[in-house]
Design a protein around this ligand. Structure first.
Ligand code: RP5
Length: 161
């Protein structure tokens, strides 16, 4: 099956963070592709990727970047697809720089920004977006949520002992 989600990042150094998005997608059986696409170092690659994404069959793009994290916003400006941004924390500023670079988009060009370093939530959000038009996937998400609730209840029960 053609990938439905693109997981892209500004540098291969973002992968240890971004891997969790890919893992979440794999858990739900969602096909994805992974690529390093830099907003500053491989500009034409970024333009080509964003402009061709919908036509190639992608439905959601997850973008991770750190520091001057322009990749999510630039990709969102060049595709009609939903774009999820993952602020990758770097050595300095604890990822606040990445977060603010990604989240402060101008009106008209949204990027759905998850918490600093929380690529897993980006993967889960992509599953929910796809699930809006796919009942089987939506059911799997509902089961996942029921499991989460059960896990919390188990921990609560353990505390009561
Ligand atoms: C950003 O610069 C990348 O997304 C990465 O988080 C950061 C650092 O990149 P390298 O030090 O790996 O070149 O564009």
């Amino acid at each position: 099956m053609a990938p439905q989600v693109g997981v892209i990042m500004g540098s291969d150094s973002d992968w240890p963070t971004m891997q969790a998005a890919a893992e979440a997608l794999a858990e739900f059986g969602v096909e994805y592709e992974v690529a390093v696409v830099s907003a500053h170092r491989t500009v034409q690659k970024m333009v080509d990727y964003a402009r061709s994404a919908a036509g190639r069959g992608l439905r959601v793009i997850i973008t991770g970047a750190g520091g001057a994290a322009h990749l999510p916003g630039m990709v969102a400006s060049m595709t009609p697809l939903p774009v999820i941004g993952v602020p990758v924390p770097l050595k300095y500023l604890d990822g606040m720089d990445s977060l603010l670079s990604i989240v402060q988009m101008p009106a008209g060009v949204p990027v759905a920004t998850v918490a600093i370093g929380n690529a897993r939530n980006a993967g889960l959000l992509a599953v929910r977006i796809l699930g809006a038009g796919d009942e089987a996937l939506r059911d799997r998400m509902a089961a996942f949520q029921a499991d989460l609730a059960a896990m919390v209840e188990e921990k609560d029960a353990a505390l009561q002992k």
